[in-house]
Write a protein that binds this ligand. Sequence first.
Ligand SMILES: Cc1ncc(C[n+]2csc(CCOP(=O)(O)OP(=O)(O)O)c2C)c(N)n1
Ligand SMILES: [Mg+2]
Length: 396
Amino acid sequence: MAHLSPPSPAAAGPAKRSARPAKTPPEATGPGHTPPPGWHPRIDPAPLLPEPEPYRLLGTPAARDVDPALLRRLYEELVRGRRYNRQATALTQQGRLAVYPSSTGQEACQVAAALALRPQDWLFPSYRDTLAVVARGVDPVQALTLLRGDWHTGYDPRARHVAPLCTPLATQLPHAVGLAHAARLAGDDTVALALVGDGGTSEGDFHEALNFAAVWHAPVVFLIQNNGFAISVPLEKQTAAPSLAHKAVGYGMPGRLVDGNDAPAVHQVLSEAIERARTGGGPTLVEAVTYRIDAHTNADDATRYRDAVQVDQWRAHDPIDLLERELRDRDLIDDAELKAVAESAEALAARLREEMNADPVLDPMELFDHVYAEQTAQLREQAAQLRAELDAEEDR
Ligand SMILES: Cc1ncc(C[n+]2csc(CCOP(=O)(O)OP(=O)(O)O)c2C)c(N)n1
Ligand SMILES: [Mg+2]
């Protein structure tokens, strides 16, 4: 499938909207041959179709229209994000985290998603989206504690309007639609942005979320990070659709296709979709074509299902390199600024090491909190048993 290769240079340039004319039905020949009264297609599918190739900005003349301060901000977050992924993966090897799903290679999607939102908006991430959560302002240590087995989300979802990192695939999507629909009913201008992987698009929740979003005209944007794989399952076994963005047409919402390694392009496409949602235009489905450079998690061996040539092709289309080239070629960043960015990333990694290597003080009795509003007799019995065991241990 074309999606498994980095976008071709021919795809560069401003978004080209497909303008395929709707097919004209053949002339009816008599009274018995008129079309059924109520079942005409209500919308011409052409305006809903994605661009034929992923939209790109970096390396094109249109990149000059992007605010240089935004380019620098994106760059800093990408570099910090990659360092964060590396440090979190190291913490799994040291036994400090049970698991970490790295997003190295996908940082542009993560960072652009966070920066395209306003404070009143909500982000609905999946388990791979820690960098988006951190770029939105959640404490970098709190964003990790769930993965060492602490209870609940690790951070307060309401503080930064970031829903919990969601492990059951695509279940965050109907939640996002519900929040967006509620905001619309309440008359405020909140937009929800929900992230999902290519594999997640095969879940029933994906269908239900997109259908409700379109029917309700909910202010929600769906971002698919198509990294080519659902663990070991490649995209061609996941779908026969021409692109994942094409799925939008069937629901009656626009689909957009973007180079997921081009941070300003993802930022622009998401900003347009978010603005459209905010101003009453309804939902949009965005597919970002990208690649997961690391294994699925630290528990996976990716060499068993993909070859090194493919990984190298994507390394040559690296989101940090692409943006750094733009910044350097146009003298938008100097060596001192590059050094400051690298130092900020190192300071972030040092903080993760320091705080995640300290043993957390946890009360095992918290296990029973928040299971039910009123505890069952069985839970009360188990809690008493654990209390007795803990007391006995203390006495030893
Ligand atoms: C409902 C559900 N089914 C199965 C799984 C197991 N699972 C975890 S990750 C994953 C692959 C998901 O792939 P994709 O949506 O492409 O996201 P990526 O990991 O590539 O970011 C699967 C099947 C799960 N977490 N939830
Ligand atoms: Mg995937």
